[in-house]
Design a protein around this ligand. Structure first.
Ligand code: GCO
Length: 446
């Protein structure tokens, strides 16, 4: 079955990230993920992204795959340590040249390049100087944004500053299950503030370079209380603040959720919030699943969800969402939650909400004949269309991901690609979902 008719100027795309697909780690500066993956146990299959999909050398073939798919845009990320090996100072020319060639290849194929400037691969030198716990990193990031915009800004108009600062804060700094492996719990909150500040300063740098189409991509999902009991609804509300509002409120309302602001390290919080809430041209949402949350489990056991183990010290505990199919990753498939999320965003942020773009949506399943991925994508596109019909202003949709790739702490075990990658031969093979999406897009009226 085809998918509903979307507006004729709806932006269709696919998403990837540098560390997850590029490889060629020996041709760039080190990042926190290179260091993290060398520590035994950090990556469940013991792998690293030193080679990954070798996109760095095979990008022409991958651009051809994007072109044949028929999407109009490609969201990738620029590796900060590939452009500035120590995070600042001298530019690694060969690194910046790679993105120059990639953008030219995309433009020649009639595909709009949509670079994300930060997708978790902080230069290791920046991390060793304090990383996102240090305010100065926000300034370094803005300088890096200016370097990239100066080189690519004549062909790139649509920019994304950060990818999922919420997950990078939670997994990378509060729980230590992602790079840089800090287990700070609530002492990780400054990481949120400094990423938001970096975003605001980068917006300023991009506008100074002439950019006129700027967004951010953050992970969001509805948080459902485990029960109507007060302690469960309070826990779900708290998780909603940490996952959703901690970032969206400063960006879209210019204020932190109640009680959070005074926890943030800032010489002048009001001034920082003015920088953070610089007007956006659109807001990107990465959506995968809803989360069910309740009060901490009585026995205080750590609770596992979507591959993440939350320690008993946190004032909430995730709960299984049963009654729905689950992906190979154990993530529940609940398309209606996307409609719920988007209408809730519209209701919460009202006029403060710029146009939305789904910057990531996808699922992990094995196999080339991936009917489950077709069902997942079709279900979520129908749910997205219901949000459009309810009046939510959504302008685009990007599938995570073009290629099977390095799935962070899971290594290569989780396959999110429309295209299969054989990691021994690096051969790409389009899956059934690739063919399905290509036909579905052809059926969209121009
Ligand atoms: C992100 C995401 C991706 C993941 C995808 C599946 O940060 O945008 O984490 O990098 O690969 O969400 O988990």
């Amino acid at each position: 079955a085809a998918i509903p008719q979307f507006p004729h100027d709806f932006l269709w795309g696919v998403s990837t990230s540098a560390h997850q697909i590029e490889g060629a780690a020996d041709e760039r500066g080190a990042s926190v993920w290179d260091a993290f993956t060398t520590v035994p146990g950090n990556v469940k299959d013991g792998s690293t992204a030193a080679v990954a999909c070798d996109h760095y050398h095979r990008y022409r073939e991958d651009v051809a795959l994007i072109r044949e798919l028929g999407v109009g845009a490609y969201r990738f990320s620029v590796s900060w340590p590939r452009v500035l090996p120590t995070g600042s100072g001298s530019v690694h020319t060969a690194g910046l040249d790679f993105y120059d060639r990639l953008v030219d290849e995309l433009c020649a194929a009639g595909i709009r390049p949509v670079p994300t400037l930060f997708h978790w691969d902080t230069p290791l030198v920046v991390q060793e100087a304090g990383g996102w716990l240090k305010r100065d990193t926000a300034e370094r990031f803005a300088d890096y944004a200016a370097v990239v915009a100066a080189r690519l800004g004549d062909r790139v108009t649509r920019w994304i500053t950060l990818n999922e600062p919420a997950e990078h804060t939670l997994l990378g700094h509060a729980l230590g299950q992602h790079a840089p492996g800090e287990r700070l719990l609530f002492d990780a909150l400054p990481v949120a503030h400094h990423q938001l500040l970096a975003h605001g300063l980068a917006v300023r740098a991009l506008r100074a370079a002439g950019a006129s189409d700027i967004g951010i991509a953050n992970s969001h999902g509805p948080t459902w209380p485990a029960s109507a009991d007060a302690e469960d609804t309070a826990a779900a509300d708290f998780y909603d603040i940490l996952l959703n509002r901690l970032f969206a409120d400063p960006l879209l309302l210019g204020q932190y959720p109640d009680g959070i602001g005074e926890l943030m390290p800032s010489p002048d919080l009001a001034a920082d919030l003015r920088t953070i809430s610089a007007p956006l041209d659109w807001y990107g949402i990465n959506f995968y699943q809803p989360t069910k949350v309740g009060a901490p489990l009585p026995e205080g056991t750590a609770a596992e969800f979507s591959g993440v183990t939350l320690p008993p010290e946190l004032p909430f505990s995730p709960r299984e969402i049963d009654g729905y199919p689950v992906t190979d990753f154990g993530w529940p498939v609940v398309p209606d939650a996307l409609t719920e999320l988007l209408t809730a965003f519209r209701d919460r942020y009202g006029d403060g909400l710029p146009p939305l773009v789904i910057t990531e949506n996808g699922c992990s399943y094995e196999g080339l004949d991936d009917q489950e991925r077709i069902d997942y994508l079709e279900g979520h596109l129908r749910a997205l269309h219901r949000a459009l019909e309810a009046g939510v202003d959504v302008r685009g949709y990007f599938v995570w991901s073009l290629l099977d790739n390095f799935e962070w702490a899971e290594g290569y075990r989780r396959r999110f690609g429309l295209v299969h990658v054989d990691y021994d031969t690096l051969e790409r093979t389009p899956k059934a979902s690739y063919d399905w999406l290509r036909e579905a897009l052809r059926a969209q009226r121009p």
